[in-house]
Design a binder for this molecule. Structure first.
Ligand SMILES: [Ca+2]
Length: 92
């Protein structure tokens, strides 16, 4: 059985390809594919994310742009967990 990190990476890659293969270039997310991937976001959040994700402004999100985004999200989650941990009283 794969370790947690391998499972997380496999999910990250398979999620990208699950949506990127639906239309057009199978190795890039176009706006419709990205919108479907992020379907639980409202329009304003979605627009901000697509603007941030599409670094080279070609109207599509390639795997490098997607991976960079996930790295940023992971760092934000890590900061959140560190803050939460620091707020908790120390156990003796
Ligand atoms: Ca792009």
């Amino acid at each position: 059985m794969a370790c947690h990190l391998e499972q997380a990476l496999a999910l990250m890659v398979s999620t990208f390809h699950k949506y990127s293969t639906k239309q057009g270039d199978r190795f890039k997310l176009n706006k419709a594919e990205l919108k479907e991937l992020l379907k639980h976001m409202d329009e304003a959040e979605y627009q901000k994310i697509i603007n941030d994700l599409d670094v080279n402004k070609d109207e599509e999100v390639d795997f490098q742009e997607y991976a960079s985004f996930l790295a940023c999200v992971a760092m934000c989650f890590n900061d959140f967990f560190k803050e939460q941990h620091q707020k908790q009283p120390r156990k003796k």
